[in-house]
Design a protein around this ligand. Structure first.
Ligand SMILES: Cc1ncc(COP(=O)(O)O)c(C=O)c1O
Length: 406
């Protein structure tokens, strides 16, 4: 097929005239409602022309909203260079510079790039295990995770995800994971051992689990117990990192420095990218050939990520996030007066409203009124607007939410 006719064929396939048939998609999601065709700022536009305000940001991905000029330009420059992909066997500039920037802005000395959040956590587990094996032999391989956690859907990350229903059909998963409840000091002391534990993993703010910020004292206890047991501390900032809490990294608000940190969602502005940040002492355990991935740190993705990182790390951008966060906190805390609202939790632009009732009908009503919101579990409404949201859009979304909340 010539380029011309292939272009025409694709255009015909994507033509919006026909009813969308998504029956060939594996039914692991149940998407309903409008068919989205384009977007700008914090607004999505459906095929029928109706606009929707977005308080989901692609579940924490679209930190700079939609149609961002800087992201579009970085993408266009990357495409124009023609080098969309090249193997990691060869050197390119964007990945090296992105890694240096992440190192400069964080506790880390080294960075490994991959393609998703689950992959980043799998990588972190492998790095931790290799390091721990050298420190304490093969028995020192366990991972201690927190109750209510979510770390991904692959065999290692799923093993550390506290969702029996997600795990059960796929057993056996990676062995050697113990769970501890947030705040359970005795349980943590029992689970973390010098002989067995390679690493502890925690989300500084649990996202999928219903927006639970990790108390700073408990984070500090985990750091202390990790040090005493000669184990590593991994922070999963896949949902809460890169500006979401009003700081570039959520750990900055806890007074705790991890040994490894995982990132993904917003990192490359909507292109798939994950990263593991690690200290020199952990990195020293990894040798050429110990880990790898075909696409990780590709030149186009890394170039776009450099634009995102530059923007979300700017002090004035983070100050604006904190300003909007205060506004959002005040509006949501006022909703505590509603009989349906049991609790309001969160920080930055990451909030959960725990309801006495099911969250699903509220999500559906909000969509009906032109606002996209998320649930997290059966009873929690989760709000993750783009970090770049205009204050007027933030206010409008909060008004719609107040209207649809029972
Ligand atoms: C905290 C956290 N870790 C890991 C993941 C998995 O990321 P991905 O879906 O990119 O594999 C998610 C996804 O929601 C997450 O929120």
């Amino acid at each position: 097929m010539s380029r011309e006719s292939s272009r025409a064929a694709v255009a015909a396939l994507l033509a919006m005239a026909a009813e969308l048939d998504d029956s060939a998609l594996l039914g692991v999601y149940q998407p309903t409602g409008p068919v989205f065709a384009s977007a700008r700022g914090s607004r999505l536009i459906a095929e029928d022309g109706r606009q929707y305000l977005d308080f989901t940001a692609g579940i924490g991905v679209n930190a700079l909203g939609y149609g961002d000029d800087g992201v579009a330009e970085a993408f266009a420059v990357g495409v124009a260079a023609g080098l969309l992909h090249i193997s990691n066997l060869y050197r390119t500039r964007p990945a090296a510079v992105l890694a240096s920037e992440l190192v400069r802005l964080s506790f880390a000395d080294k960075v490994f790039f991959c393609n998703s959040g689950a992959e980043a956590n799998e990588g972190a587990f492998k790095f931790a295990r290799k390091w721990a094996r050298q420190a304490g032999g093969p028995a020192k391989h366990e991972i201690v995770a927190l109750r209510n956690s979510f770390h991904g859907r692959l065999f290692g990350s799923l093993a550390a995800t506290d969702r029996p229903a997600y795990q059960e059909p796929f057993q056996p998963l990676m062995p050697g994971v113990r769970f501890v409840a947030i705040g359970d000091e005795a349980g943590a002391r029992e689970a973390i051992s010098a002989e067995r534990t390679a690493a502890i993993i925690a989300e500084p703010v649990q996202g999928e689990g219903g927006i639970h910020p990790l108390p700073a004292e408990f984070a500090q206890l985990l750091r202390k117990l990790a040090d005493e047991a000669g184990a590593l501390l991994i922070f999963d900032e896949i949902q809460c990192g890169l500006g979401r809490t009003g700081r570039l990294f959520a750990y900055e608000g806890l007074g705790v420095i991890p040994d490894l940190l995982t990132l993904a969602k917003p990192l490359a502005g909507g292109l798939p990218m994950g990263a593991v940040l690690l200290t020199e002492r952990v990195a020293g355990a990894m040798k050429p050939g110990d880990h790898g991935t075909t696409f990780g740190g590709g030149p186009l993705t890394a170039r776009v990520a450099l634009e995102v990182l530059g923007r979300v790390s700017a002090p004035e951008f983070l100050a604006e996030v904190r300003w909007k966060a205060d506004r959002m906190a005040r509006a949501l805390e006022a909703l505590l007066a509603r009989p349906s609202v049991k609790a309001v939790r969160g920080l930055g632009l990451m909030w959960g409203l725990e309801l006495h009732t099911e969250a699903g009908p509220v999500v559906a009503d909000a969509l009906e009124q032109g606002l996209l919101i998320l649930s997290a579990g059966a009873n929690v409404i989760r709000l993750l607007p783009p970090l770049s949201i205009e204050p007027a859009d933030l206010d409008q979304g909060l008004t719609i939410l107040a209207e649809v909340l029972p």
